[in-house]
Design a protein around this ligand. Structure first.
Ligand code: ARG
Length: 453
C-alpha cells in the first residue's frame, strides 16, 4: 500500500507484530458500511463517476457476502481489515477500487468503524439489560409477599420484602442503562472526513455521509477526531460498572445457594457438579461472572493507560484499543444473558426464609421507633432496646419472644400493642416511607417497573 516510498519489503517479523487483522476482522460489516457511504458521497461530489460508485458498491457487497460465508481469505501482510477489504476490492473491480480511498485515511476510517461497532453493541447491551431487569421484575412479582432478612455488614439488620431486594437490582441496572444511553450520544458522532488528521482539500460532504450512516452529528475538529478514544473509555467504564453490579449479584447468589443460607435454588441446567464429590451442585455461573469482573476492570485500566501518554493525534498505539473493547463486549453480553436466564429459573426457598426470620432480633429498630412514639427520645429508646436485646440473646430468644412483663421491665410505657410492632409483618409493613420496603410502597414500585419494561 505504501511501496512507492520504500526500497525494502517489510520484514516478516514486523508484519506479524503490527498486523491487527486477526482481531479487527470483526469490524468488516462496519468497514464496508462506511465505505459504501463514502463511495456514495464521492460520486455525489463528482470525485468518482456514478458508474464507479456502482462498481465499488457491488464489489463491497460481494466481499461482504464472502466474509459472511467464511470464504474470504484474510491476509496478515495486508495488516488490517481496512486494507484487506480495499485490496480485495481493487483486485475484483480494478481502477475504480483504487479510487475508494480518496479523501480518506485509515485514521478516520478506523474511528468510524469503531463508532459504528460500539453504537450497535450499545444498543444490543441495552436490550440485554432490559432482559435482566425484566427477570428481576418477574421475581419481584412472584415473591411480592415474601419476607427475607435484609443485611448490613452481612449481619441481619431488618426484614425486607424479597420484591424490594429484587427491585434494588432493577434500579441498579437501570442506571447502567442510562449510562449506556449517555455514552451512546458521544459515540454517535461521524468521524469520517477528518482524513489523516487535518481534513482534506478535496470537496467532500461530511453532512451527507452523516445522514447516510445515521449519525446525528459530525465531529468538529479533525485532529481531535482521529486522536479521540474517550468514547471507548466511557463505554468500557459503563461496561465495567455493569460487570461489577453483576458481580455483586453473583456474590449474593453464591452465598444464598450455600447450605448455610439455602435462600434460593438455582436451575440444574445452570449449575455444575463435582468430578469427585457426588453430592455437589456448584454455582459456577455466578462464580465466573464474579471472576470475569477482573477482566473488564483490567480492560478499563488498559485503555486509560494506553491513552495517557499519547501526543496528538493518531498514534499506532491506538490499535491496542480493539482487543480490550471486543473482550469487554463479549464478556459483559454473555454475563448479562446468562444471569437473566439463571434468574428466570431461580426459586426462593420460602420456608427457609420464614424459618430464619424469628432469629436475630431484626425488629429491634421497630421497638425503638415504638418507644419514640411514646415520647421517649430516640437515643434513650436505642439504649433501652439494646438492653432488651442483650437480655433476649442471653437466653437464646428473640425480642419478639419476650413477655409483656419482661418488656415492661425495660420500659414501663410498653403496652400489649407492642407485639404487632415486633412481628416481622408489622415491621415490614410499617416501612412505608418513600422508597421503603412497606408492602404498599413495593407494590407501587413494582407497578412502575412493570410499566417501564
Ligand atoms: N490498524 C490500525 C488501527 O487499528 C488502522 C489505522 C492505521 N493507521 C495508520 N496510520 N497506520 O488503528
Amino acid at each position: 500500500m505504501w511501496g512507492g516510498r520504500f526500497a525494502e519489503k517489510t520484514a516478516a517479523s514486523v508484519e506479524a507484530f503490527t498486523a491487527s487483522i486477526h482481531f479487527d476482522c470483526r469490524l468488516y460489516r462496519h468497514d464496508i458500511a462506511g465505505s459504501r457511504a463514502h463511495a456514495a458521497m464521492l460520486a455525489r461530489q463528482g470525485l468518482i463517476s456514478d458508474q464507479e460508485r456502482d462498481q465499488i458498491i457491488a464489489g463491497l457487497n460481494e466481499i461482504e457476502g464472502e466474509i459472511e460465508r467464511g470464504e474470504f481469505i484474510f491476509r496478515p501482510e495486508l495488516e488490517d481489515i481496512h486494507m484487506n477489504i480495499e485490496k480485495a476490492l481493487a483486485q475484483r473491480i480494478g481502477p475504480a477500487g483504487e479510487k475508494l480511498h480518496t479523501a480518506r485515511s485509515r485514521n478516520d476510517q478506523v474511528a468510524l468503524d469503531l463508532r459504528l461497532y460500539l453504537r450497535e453493541e450499545c444498543r444490543r447491551l441495552l436490550g440485554l439489560l432490559g432482559g435482566l431487569r425484566g427477570a428481576f421484575v418477574a421475581l419481584a412479582r412472584r415473591y411480592r409477599h415474601t419476607v427475607m432478612p435484609g443485611y448490613t455488614h452481612l449481619q441481619r439488620a431488618q426484614p425486607v420484602l424479597v420484591a424490594h431486594h429484587m427491585l434494588a437490582y432493577y434500579e441498579m441496572f437501570g442506571r447502567d442503562k442510562q449510562r449506556l444511553h449517555d455514552c451512546l450520544k458521544r459515540i454517535n458522532v461521524l468521524p469520517l472526513g477528518a482524513a489523516a488528521l487535518a481534513g482534506t482539500g478535496l470537496p467532500i460532504d461530511r453532512e451527507f455521509v452523516a445522514r447516510e450512516l445515521d449519525f446525528p452529528e459530525v465531529s468538529a475538529n479533525s485532529m481531535d477526531t482521529v486522536a479521540d478514544r474517550d468514547f471507548v473509555v466511557e463505554f468500557v467504564g459503563a461496561a465495567a460498572l455493569i460487570q461489577v453490579h453483576l458481580s455483586r449479584l453473583a456474590e449474593e447468589l453464591v452465598l444464598w445457594t450455600s447450605e448455610e443460607f439455602s435462600f434460593v435454588t438455582l436451575p440444574d441446567a445452570f449449575c455444575t457438579g463435582s468430578s469427585i464429590m457426588p453430592q455437589k451442585k456448584n454455582p459456577d455461573i455466578p462464580e465466573l461472572v464474579r471472576g470475569k469482573s477482573g477482566r473488564v476492570i483490567g480492560h478499563l485500566m488498559a485503555l486509560l493507560t494506553l491513552l495517557k501518554g499519547l501526543p496528538m493525534t493518531y498514534n499506532r498505539d491506538l490499535q491496542e484499543d480493539k482487543e480490550p473493547v471486543f473482550d469487554t463486549v463479549d464478556t459483559v453480553s454473555a454475563s448479562l444473558a446468562l444471569m437473566a436466564e439463571l434468574l428466570a429459573g431461580m426459586r426462593f426457598n420460602e420456608e427457609r426464609l420464614a424459618a430464619g426470620l424469628g432469629r436475630g432480633c431484626m425488629t429491634a429498630t421497630d421497638l425503638a421507633d415504638y418507644l419514640v412514639k411514646k415520647q421517649i427520645p430516640f437515643r434513650q429508646a436505642h439504649a433501652i432496646v439494646g438492653r432488651a436485646v442483650a437480655y433476649a440473646l442471653e437466653q437464646g430468644r428473640d425480642i419478639a419472644e419476650l413477655t409483656l412483663a419482661e418488656l415492661q421491665g425495660f420500659a414501663p410505657a410498653i403496652d400489649e400493642d407492642v407485639f404487632a410492632v415486633l412481628s416481622i409483618e408489622g415491621s415490614v409493613n410499617s416501612r412505608n416511607s418513600l422508597g421503603g420496603t412497606g408492602g404498599a410502597r413495593v407494590e407501587e414500585a413494582l407497578a412502575r417497573a412493570e410499566r417501564e419494561i
